[in-house]
Design a protein around this ligand. Sequence first.
Ligand code: NAD
Length: 472
Amino acid sequence: MTDTYTRVMRTPVVGGLAKRVGAPSPPALERFSEGAPVIAGKVLLGAAAGGRLAAPLAKALRALGASTVISDGDPARRLVNDVKIGSARLGGENGTKERFKALVLDASGIEDSTDLVALHGFLYPALPNLDRCGRVLVFGTPPEATGSAREHAAQRALEGLTRSLGKEVGKRGATAQLVYVAPGAENAMDSTLRFLLSPRSAYVSGQVIRLTVPPKGAGSEDLGELDWKAPLQGRSALVTGAARGIGAAIATVLARDGAVVTGLDVAGAQADLSALMAKIGGSALEVDITSPDAPEAIAAHFPDGLDVVVHNAGVTRDRTLAKMPAERWTMVLEINLSSEERINDALLAAGKLRPNGRIVCVSSIAGIAGNGGQTNYATSKAGVIGMVQALAPSLAEEHSVTINAVAPGFIETQMTAAIPFAIREAGRRMNSLLQGGLPVDVAETIAWYASPASAALNGNVVRVCGQSLLGA
Ligand code: NAD
């Protein structure tokens, strides 16, 4: 699905003219297709001296089949000497013309602001060789886990780099992210590396992702052999609001990844829901999540428990607060937040979430940035973020379950089609990728959280917004 402006801009005549007058020219994004490799091109790996992540990154890149090279003279050469890897020469007159689909940098060795020059040393010669729809991934240490104020400042500085780079490379469909890896989580990077390198993360850019030590029994050593083509094989998933829009895409992608999906929606959406469930081999559940008996009915529906809950059902009822009737306020808060809390409580109280289980919530960038005319919606979606942050530690500790959220930006659905034209057009373009996202972009991000290999992701809020200017 491409919007009319983007279609016209991609025609040779109009596109050429648009470039000359400086009109936004949205790049065509690459998205996942069945059977495609994780990454279709070479990866350049680098490191700041003393990094602790270069070796595990090299191993993970090798395991996912990426053709990886290290630049001559880069400290990564010394750090990964037990992993066989190719070499490249960058920059200068004899510099390579070799193209890279991804630039991956271990910045965990940076302990002082003066070490930040390593970022320039790696990226300056490499960026001209980055392909269309390429990836820049920087890996660091969470500032709060560092040993000194200098190291804290230097690691925190990585955010400014990656967020700015996202804005520079976005015009070519490329993205940039920062991944903070807690000490002890070095072997838990695989699922995140795969997601961020692949076209599955097409509309995710400028994000800061945190990996923590996985809950007990959910680490990579406990997983056994994972079939990365169907990582959710044998897992059972509930998706609320699955009849259409983003929820339908989530159900479809989770089923594609092997999950047995139960799609939930209100009575009026059952025809669409049943048709979708028949297509993806799932089953339909008719529940209004705000009804008083919904939490118990949902818990009772899964006698053997379940692995993944996706709280996607949500509504908008926009009005400025001065003109908002109480019913509109309450309805939005009830559907988007309070019912999710009640369902979580019921599932946890009944022990229905299996170990290494997942709760994934759909927030919104409105919950981060606020939005005029959406005080009710933004309040509910900010509350969702609060719920994720509050529950993350105890869920991991007591249930071996993780909870994370996605915060979509402008996604092309019936919800956004209802926005007045001028506001809709502004919403679409005001991001580094100059276009709206697709429901599948949100769904792929949720599938990454849902993977049994993603136990190190807990308490994250990742925006799927093309690095929208709103709340950035
Ligand atoms: P949509 O309106 O197309 O679909 C929402 C689904 O939720 C519908 O099938 C609806 O029947 C269901 N639903 C509503 N109330 C329910 C209830 N009480 N019980 C059970 N099901 C109920 O919306 P969408 O655009 O696909 O949005 C999905 C989620 O993504 C929402 O939480 C929304 O707030 C969020 N979101 C969307 C965008 C966007 O750009 N579309 C941006 C940010 C966040």
